[in-house]
Write a protein that binds this ligand. Structure first.
Ligand code: NGF
Length: 291
């Protein structure tokens, strides 16, 4: 069994009108625990479409996932929000529920200064007894932290690591080298193998909802020094990810899950509801990579 950690980025099931579907969320959690055998779930992140949810919906998702997981695996609650009051409220809510870890996206849109970003993290953690992973995803937030800035954020001992969704491998090497004791989880599924080579502690990703067994095998091969096998497995995963992206990844993840026997419902608009072409594309992905 790989020493590396494998977390699925938990999806949120919705009905056609964009209301959360708690049964669908439970079914997804069960599949991740029973079939995918993940080490943990990252809840209310990008894959969870959480930036389109209101506070009450986020709480319902966090509670439902927590209940269904029932202590079987690690859970990380993504609480970050441009509304700092909401982020603090969610941090307290998730901590009181029993979430062992929090995470928060870097605040985006307003070009916040680093001092403001630092203040945001320290505020979120001020009143809660919990640990936090910085969610760094510069392609979507426009916020690219430097090694020195990570070091300043780590002055807060409650900040224990980074969800590193970034294609900058020079920075990843620098950060890994500077913070050997921090938890660094790679966030781009298609770049897992180079991230493993730089000694990340594991990964968090959307496609692991479908593909976790293959990824576990890749990480085991990597740990055993069988780089050829790890590369071949990454190659298959990347063919699949390329097909998922070409078919519109968010709805397609749910369509493929349906073929696996899990009704994850719909994505939330303005994301696209499936067209017949997308449904056919998802069926082809299922048959090519998972049958
Ligand atoms: O969805 C994105 C946006 N990235 C995810 C992941 O980093 C997000 C990644 O798995 C996540 O974990 C979360 O917050 O829920 C990609 O979907 C995958 O690598 C395909 O590009 O970039």
């Amino acid at each position: 069994m790989s020493k590396k950690l494998l977390y699925a980025a938990q999806m949120t099931a919705f009905d056609k009108d964009g209301n959360i579907n708690l049964d669908g969320i439970r079914a997804l959690v069960r599949y991740n625990i029973d079939v995918n055998k993940v080490d943990g779930l990252y809840v209310c992140g990008s894959t969870g479409e959480a930036f389109m949810l209101n506070t009450d919906e986020k709480k319902q998702v966090m509670k439902t996932v927590y209940d269904e997981a029932n202590g079987a695996i690690d859970l990380v609650a993504q609480v970050g929000s441009l509304n700092l009051k909401e982020a603090k409220e969610l941090a307290k809510f998730a901590t009181d529920l029993g979430y062992p870890k929090l995470s928060a996206v870097t605040p985006f849109y307003y070009n916040f200064t680093f001092e403001q970003i630092k203040d945001y993290y320290n505020e979120i953690l001020k009143d809660v007894d919990n640990k936090l992973l910085i969610y760094s995803i510069p392609a979507l937030t426009g916020v690219a932290l430097t090694t020195d800035q990570f070091a300043e954020l780590f002055e807060n001992p409650k900040i224990i690591g980074i969800k590193y969704t970034n294609a900058d491998f020079y920075l990843l090497e620098r950060v890994r080298n500077a913070f050997p004791d921090k938890l660094i989880l790679s966030g781009f599924d298609e770049m897992l193998l180079p991230a493993l080579a730089l000694n990340v502690d594991g990964c968090i990703g959307s496609t692991y909802n479908l593909n976790a067994p293959r990824v576990r095998e890749e990480m085991d091969a990597f740990d055993a020094g069988d780089i050829d096998k790890a590369r071949q497995l990454q190659n298959i995963s990347n063919d699949m990810i390329t097909d998922l992206i070409a078919n519109d990844i968010y709805p397609t993840l749910k369509l493929v899950m349906k073929h696996m026997g899990v009704d994850a419902g719909y994505v939330k608009k303005p994301m696209s509801h499936p067209t017949p072409e997308m449904e056919a594309g998802a069926k082809a992905i299922y048959e090519k990579y998972f049958k």
